[in-house]
Write a protein that binds this ligand. Structure first.
Ligand code: PAF
Length: 290
């Protein structure tokens, strides 16, 4: 691991493990008129994360780009992939350097949860549908760590991918409901040339599964392309494409409004899918003009 250095050095990456140390630096920078722009990640950085960092760097003002790298145990269920989640730290720090990140926050579990996590942030009703129905407790874990990261990093603006659309909606809701002084920006999903949404978990796919995986995006596109015919047509068109791939085990295919409520004709909508290919879960979503 790159040696942690204390302090901040303009234009250079410094790596910090201690929440208190990082907080001291970002607060001093904010007081000096800099804007803290923040990309929270679990590492295994890919082009999607790089795009988030580029968006962050383009934010107005004299920005200080901060990336956190922390595989948050609280958001993994007992049978999920916490242990095998990729942790290529040196490559991640190289990516941070290449993208002009100035502060990398890389805490250990004991730094983030020194006394465990007794008090947590709960997502409410929206946290138990879609992903929340399949991954019990997941969004409580996500919101808890994001709330802590917001307190520690004290960002002006934070950037999240639309790939995890329900996460983005819930984080925006948490910021509103709990008055976090942070502006949350959603960034469109980055895709492989064949349409597969970039995800650190794509690494789990075998070559055969990888070849089949773009069916998710093809189905979403098929649905979105008939949006003028109404919600039922959208779902039927998407389902017809998914049904063509027998190896795919669809967990949900849902059409909602942009806040994940019931779809409303004349309002922007969202078409979301989750499916398993073997043991790998894939999720994706697209906007739909209803
Ligand atoms: O999207 C992710 O990578 C994680 O859920 C996040 C937001 C960094 C919280 O651990």
């Amino acid at each position: 691991m790159t040696t942690a250095r204390t302090g901040y050095s303009a234009g250079e990456l410094t790596v910090h493990r201690s929440p208190a140390e990082l907080n001291k630096i970002t607060k001093a920078l904010r007081n000096a008129g800099r804007r803290i722009v923040f990309v929270p990640t679990m590492g295994a950085l890919h082009e999607g994360h790089r795009e988030l960092i580029r968006h962050a760097r383009r934010a107005p003002g004299s920005v200080v780009p901060v990336v956190s790298i922390f595989v948050n145990p609280l958001q993994f269920g007992p049978n999920e992939d916490l242990d095998r989640y990729p942790r290529p730290l040196e490559a991640d720090l190289t990516a941070c350097r290449e993208e002009g990140v100035e502060l990398a926050f890389v805490p250990g579990v004991e730094d983030m949860y020194p006394q465990g996590a007794q008090v947590t942030v709960q997502p409410g009703e929206l946290g138990s549908k879609l992903e929340g129905a399949v991954r019990e407790g997941h969004f409580g874990g996500v919101l808890t760590v994001v709330a802590k990261l917001f307190h520690i990093v004290a960002p002006d603006v934070a950037f999240f991918g639309e790939k995890d659309y329900q996460q983005l909606v819930l984080i925006k809701r948490m910021v509103r409901d709990l008055d976090f002084p942070v502006h949350v920006v959603g960034v469109p999903t980055v895709r492989e040339p064949d349409g597969l949404a970039l995800s650190s978990r794509n690494a789990y796919l075998s070559p055969e599964q990888r070849a089949k995986a773009p069916v998710l995006y093809r189905a979403l596109q098929a649905g979105a392309s008939v949006s003028a015919q109404g919600p039922e047509a959208v779902l039927a068109a998407a389902r017809a494409v998914l049904d063509q791939e027998p190896a795919l085990e669809v967990e949900y295919l849902e059409l909602t409004d942009s806040d994940l409520g019931p779809p409303r004709v004349g309002e922007p909508g969202r078409l979301l899918v989750a499916a398993r290919l073997g043991t790998t879960r894939l999720i994706d979503n697209v906007p739909v003009a209803l």
